[in-house]
Design a protein around this ligand. Sequence first.
Ligand code: ADP
Ligand code: MG
Length: 762
Amino acid sequence: VMASMAHLQKEKLLEELLGLQEKLAARENDELSLSLQLQSQVETLKAKILEQAQEIGRLRSELGGTDAEKHRDLLAAENERLRQEMKACEGELRELRRQQQAPCRDCPHLQENAVLQEQLSQLQQEAEETRAKLVELDLEVQQKTNRLAEVELRLKDSLAERAEEEERLSRRLRDSQETIASLKSQPQQIKYIIKTVEVESAKAKQALCETQSRNQYLQEQVGMQRQVLKEMEQQLQSSRKTEAQLRAQIMMYEAELERAHGQMVEEMQAMEEEKNRAIEEAFSRAQVEMKAVHENLAGVRTNLLTLQPALRTLTHDYNSLKRQVRDFPLLLQETLRSARAEISQAIEEVHSTNRELLRKYRRELQLRKKCHNELVRLKGNIRVFGRVRPITKEDGEGPEATSAVTFDTDDDAVLHLLHKGKQVSFELDKVFPPQASQEEVFQEVQALVTSCIDGYNVCIFAYGQTGAGKTYTMEGTAANPGINQRALQLLFSEVRGKAADWDYAITVSAAEIYNESLRDLLGKEPQEKLEIKLCPDGSGQLYVPGLTEFRVQSVEDINKVFEFGHVKRVTECTNLNEHSSRSHALLIITVRGLDRSTGLRTTGKLNLVDLAGSERVGRSGAEGSRLREAQHINKSLSALGDVIYALRSRQGHVPFRNSKLTYLLQDSLSGDSKTLMMVQVSPAEKNTSETLCSLKFAERVRSVELGPVSRKAELASWPSQEQLEGDSPGSAVTPGRGHASHSSGQLSSRATSIRRKLQTSG
Ligand code: ADP
Ligand code: MG
């Protein structure tokens, strides 16, 4: 069994060995063919690498940095040449310009030249720009060269990698060959092993196993190598692709370079052409201008030739003028001498004429004054105005406060009063309706005020019952001043207008007559009673010793004086309104003038009197001081009426001494003085009886006839203040009306007498 077993094992082993040997041979063959294949592949790869290296070398030589540099150098050289040319052109141009400027400084083509120069500068600028572009292109070329160098470097790197790979592959090949050789040497060993296996089969089996595992390992290695080969092939493919890309890029760069170069060349050419054209144009223009200048020069030359004789005549004229100038002072002195003589003669003549004129002027002045006096006398020295105040809040409301006064639309001297259902008409010199302003009233008065400057005495009285507007007319309000302030303002302006020939001094006094005693409103002792005395100089004039006089020069001064007087009056009495209605307030303005040329002196007095209220107090059964006041007022108002009546009727005796007021105003009421009686009335229904009284007083004052016969008649009809008061309103209606019609008859007779007088006086 053992022997058969061993035999069987031997046979089996042999069979196996044979199979293994066959397999080995087949594998050997396989491996050999594979290695051959690999070798051939490596060979072809090497050839390809070589080819690529050559290709790269060729490419480098074709497009290498040197070429681009050369190109750039060429461009730079070209640029330099162009710059040189430009400089030369500029030089030429400068020269040309200089040549042009020299003869054409005043030529009209300077402007064109300037345009050309501008064009040139533009061209230069363009050239500059092109230069800048060139520099840019240079930069681009530089960049491209750099990139090319980079690409080369990368190529070198890939070549080195490929060489390394080759090295590795050949190493592996060697290894596999060695393995193959070792494998080849293995069969002998196997044979030996078989032999030994035959001896010890266990050992053989083990060796077989080992061999098998070895074989497996080798097979794995071959697979790996195949893999590596495949990768290498892929790498080769990718490197080829990059190469193609690089080549395309290089081509693109080249084309770009070519284009840029072409552009640059074109631009340079265009610039050159433009430059040439500009130069030509400038040259031709310069030629034309030169021609024009030459022509001008010729014209100037001919002008010069024609001017020479003119110059000769001018020189001649100049010389003769020079001679005249030399002789002029003598001539002037002579003329001056004769002129002086003539002037002194003329002055003499003027002097004598002036003297004559002055004499005539003085005569005329006297004549004017005489005429004025006559006119005033004819007009009547005493005028009576009526002023109706508006209905005020004080009049209350209802039927009592309605207006009882109406006016005539055609005649501003007539006024109608509705009293106890009957209309009474009155005619005065002028009637101011309620709407008449202070200004309008003053306009009627201002002629009187100015006559004061000519040396006349003037009296303006405000007459009427308390509350009828006397104080409003005389003093007015701060916003709307009355006659007092306006008169002073007018005097100032008149005096200023005459300042060239006259020196004037205006003084103001303020006094009050209360209960027949005179008090100074501007004095230090207001309570002191003043006396009216005859002037000791025997002139028969009256004066009040101790009456304060303030010199006023401006409106501010007047305001101060008024304020002062007002304050005095307020502090002196407990109820100013009441007090003022029972006293006469006087503002006495004295205007003293000196005519510097004639030495003539004038003194005019303006007396502005706010009379005490004319209401009939006595009838209301007043007692004590109230009764005394009323009696004094009645007495003084009657005396005023008497005096005015006596004056208007030209009586021999005027009873000035019957009251303090008339006595004080004696100077200003007599002679050729002028008097204005402003009769104030209230239009209110409740005041009609007082209004009637006031208007009767006014009309009677006014209607005094001038003739001696009627004078007597008037004398008989003149009522005293008491009588006026005693007149019952009812009984006054008929006489009033009768009187009014009678007065109009008197008016017409008076007008005829004035006419007659005017005719006789020629
Ligand atoms: P009298 O002095 O006669 O007593 P006033 O002058 O004091 O009277 O006047 C009494 C009131 O009537 C005052 O308030 C005054 O302002 C007013 N008055 C008088 N006349 C006028 C006028 N023409 N226009 C407006 N108001 C007037
Ligand atoms: Mg008053």
